[in-house]
Each structure stands twice: as C-alpha cells, then as structure tokens.
Design a protein. Structure first.
Length: 263
C-alpha cells in the first residue's frame, strides 16, 4: 500500500459503504447527463469542490488522483469548440472547423459537465476495496451472488493479467524473438495471453464451483455490509447537489434537455 493509499483510507468517506458512494455518484451524474448547459454543471462543480476537503484527501493526493480528468475535460471542450454545431456569431469557418458563439458555449458546458461528473466519482472511489463493493452489491443491493463473486474474481485477476504480460515479454526477449516487428510481437503476445487467460478462467471457475460458490442455496458472508446513517447522509448530499444544480438551471432558463426539441 502506498502512502497515498494509507492517507486516503483515514478520511471521513473511507468507512462509508461503497454502495452509497456508487449511489451518490449516480445521483449527481444522471441530471447532468440529461442536460447540456454550463450553469448546472458549474454549480454542481463548485459544490463538489467545497465538499472535497471533507473526503480526507490532501490537495496533493487530490491532484495526483484526478489529473487525467483535468487533462481530458479541456481536450473534450476543445473538440466541441472546433467541430460543434455553429450558431450565433461565427469567428472561424474553415473546412470542417466552425468556431462560433454556440460551439464555444457548448464546449464550456461539456468541459464543466465532464469535471462535475468525473471528479466526485474519482474522489469517492479512491478508498473502495473490490471485496467491500462486492459485499455491498450482494447484501445491500441484492444482486445475484454468483454474478457478484464472478465479477470480483475476474477483477482480482487483473493484477495477474499484467504480471503475465510482463513475463511473456521477458521470456520472448530471452529467446531472441522480441527484438523487431512490434505489431507482430504484440499480436503474438496478445494471442498467447488470451489462451492463458481462458485456461486460468476455466480452472478458477471449476475451483469456485467445487467450493460451493454456485450452490443454489442462500449463502452466508464473512463480513456484514452495513448501510446506515452515514450512507444515507452521503446519498442526501449527492441528491442535494443534483437538485440545486437543476433548480438553478431551470430558474435562470439555461436548462437544455438533450432529448428535447432544441437538442
């Protein structure tokens, strides 16, 4: 465990059930997905940034975790600004590039929406353990145990997948077959890894069946997944952010329903 991981796990949000984190992220994201206006996304983003210090993340850790989001959002906005639908005053009109008032406003709304949706998801899931999430999905949401445990087992295999890729690469280099032909080498390694993954998956499925993971009876759990006051409070915060953003957008007339006639 890294220093960032140990620091993150001491925060207020660290002990909250992962199902509540998933629900709060969904409550924030769904209204923002349904509209494409800058005001609702901006209000949601401001409220989220005000609450992030209470998540137990230091600012250095926050930037380390979220820098891909801060990089992707402006790039997404730039694409919309250059190639979005032109409306209002046109500033640049060259070939397929159309920069206008409408495309710039749409670019700003898109950039803010990406930030408002992605940032809380990243911050909330920094401290989520896959096993805790599986416990919550099975015990709280009541998803089928067979599906949840299979997904958890597959997720746990990701680390082995990466180790196998490195081992294959080193083995091919030791045999002198990895010095040239990068595309051919990649395709060969990908096929070998696919075969290895299928074999390992079949063995893992057999082992899990032998241990009774697929038995048609009500199973017991080693750890109880609780959903109490802290979880409901986090869900309420997510709902409050979404309702505030939507209400402000409707009041000031910027609401732009993506499935409406004007979309």
């Amino acid at each position: 465990m890294t220093l960032l991981d140990s620091h993150a796990r001491t925060g207020t949000v660290a002990r909250i059930n992962p199902v509540a984190k998933l629900g709060a992220s969904a409550l924030i994201a769904i209204p923002l997905v349904l509209t494409l206006d800058w005001l609702s996304a901006a209000i949601a983003l401001v409220l989220e940034l005000a609450l992030i210090p209470f998540a137990g993340l230091g600012w250095r850790e926050f930037w380390v975790r979220t820098w891909p989001v801060w990089l992707a959002a402006p790039l997404t906005g730039l694409t919309i600004a250059l190639y979005g639908e032109a409306s209002g005053t046109v500033y640049v009109d060259w070939f397929v590039v159309h920069v206008s008032d409408g495309s710039l406003e749409l670019a700003l709304a898109t950039m803010l929406r990406v930030l408002a949706i992605a940032l809380p998801s990243v911050v909330l899931f920094v401290t989520v353990d896959p096993t805790d999430l599986a416990d919550g999905l099975a015990q709280v949401v009541r998803l089928p145990a067979r599906f949840v445990l299979g997904a958890l087992a597959g997720l746990r295999m990701v680390g082995l997948f990466l180790d196998d890729w490195r081992a294959l690469e080193l083995a091919r280099r030791a045999r002198g077959v990895a010095d040239r032909g990068r595309i051919r080498r990649f395709l060969g390694m990908a096929f070998a890894l696919l075969v290895l993954s299928i074999r390992r998956g079949a063995k893992l499925a057999t082992a899990m069946e032998a241990r009774g993971f697929g038995a048609p009876v009500r199973r017991t759990w080693a750890r109880e997944s609780r959903f109490g006051a802290r979880e409901w409070a986090l869900m309420a915060l997510g709902l409050g952010i979404a309702l505030t953003a939507v209400a402000a957008s409707v009041v000031f007339g910027t609401w732009n329903f993506i499935l409406g006639p004007g979309a």
